[in-house]
Design a protein around this ligand. Structure first.
Ligand code: TYC
Length: 102
């Protein structure tokens, strides 16, 4: 008990200091021009996917308009988006990659 009576030892309640970081989805958007093989390469190169998973994600984006590449902390997600956008621009493809808070 934390009463103010004489002789009572007051122990402050503590909370575990560990808190979950905000997490962000990195998404690829479909377009009519970026080659399917290029998108598969992006998923293998920047998101460490094998050929089969990369192909599944690419086809999901192709058919549904948007798809998830992964979920990351803010800094990592931002880095992925920049890497993908720079690589697509370098190859003159209109591929769009975005992040959103989960
Ligand atoms: N729709 C593109 C095509 O038919 C392929 C594509 C898939 C493009 C996924 C972008 O994020 C994308 N060549």
């Amino acid at each position: 008990g934390g009463g103010a009576d004489a002789g009572t030892v007051v122990v402050p309640k503590t909370r575990p200091k560990t808190k979950r970081p905000n997490m962000y989805r990195v998404l690829l958007l479909n377009d009519d021009y970026t080659p399917m093989e290029f998108v598969v390469h992006i998923l293998e190169r920047f998101f460490q996917m094998g050929r089969e998973q990369a192909t599944r994600v690419m086809l999901h984006v192709h058919h549904h308009g948007v798809g998830e590449c992964g979920v990351f902390t803010y800094e990592v997600a931002e880095t992925k988006v920049t890497q993908v956008m720079d690589f697509a621009r370098k190859h003159q493809h209109p591929l769009q990659c975005v992040m959103e808070k989960k």
